[in-house]
Design a protein around this ligand. Structure first.
Ligand code: ADP
Length: 193
């Protein structure tokens, strides 16, 4: 199996690049943000609980997202690899993911961290808010709260994978195509596991 984590702060371009990567490499795309938004639109109990956190720019509790990923891994047994987007976002999620993959005799091949300046992130998210229809992009205070969550809880996830030499950094500013090419180069260097 070949499993990639696309990592980076809100607005770093994970969603845009994931679409292109899953198409090129045939990976199953797992975006916890998209999955949670789909639960919200279906008004499931999970969606109703998650919404309270997402609307404030806070992370959804670990057990909720870990449970969601665990059942998706079980329901996609035929997949040749996964592209994780927006997950793991805490050290507890990273440890849980490693355990789930171990049960499949698999592991994370590489974590690619997109690097974008804070000024550019806020600019992109405010722009996206004008058309995305996403409640959490619509308010600059919520955008800033998401960036604080990233710095205080999520940035540590890269340190976790650094211990295993699995992190590569890619500049997330430039054209979509330039960034995509840089990502593909890294993926092709790390295709073990
Ligand atoms: P972005 O990274 O641009 O903020 P996402 O779609 O990845 O967008 O996430 C939107 C929101 O969904 C987050 O602010 C958070 O509330 C929730 N969320 C998504 N993934 C996770 C996760 N792995 N753990 C906790 N909360 C999550």
């Amino acid at each position: 199996m070949f499993n990639v984590i696309l990592f980076g702060p809100p607005g770093s371009g994970k969603g845009t690049q994931s679409e292109k990567l899953m198409e090129k490499y045939g990976l199953k795309h797992l975006s916890t943000g998209d999955l949670l938004r789909s639960e919200i639109s279906k008004k499931t109990p999970l969606g109703i609980e998650a919404r309270n956190f997402m609307d404030k720019g806070q992370l959804v509790p670990d057990e909720v997202v870990i449970g969601m990923i665990s059942s998706l891994l079980d329901n996609n047994k035929e997949a040749t690899g996964f592209l994780f987007d927006g997950f793991p976002r805490t050290s507890a999620q990273a440890e849980a993911l490693d355990r789930l993959l171990e049960l499949k005799n698999s592991c994370i091949s590489v974590m690619i961290a997109l690097e974008v300046s804070e000024k550019e992130l806020i600019h992109r998210l405010v722009q996206r808010g004008k058309t995305s229809g996403r409640a959490d992009d619509d308010n600059e205070n919520v955008i800033r709260a998401r960036i604080v969550e990233y710095k205080t809880k999520t940035a540590a996830v890269a340190d976790y994978y650094r211990k295993f030499n699995k992190v590569v950094e890619v500049k997330g500013e430039g054209s979509v195509e330039e960034i995509f090419e840089a990502l593909c180069k890294q993926i092709e260097k790390h295709s073990d596991c």
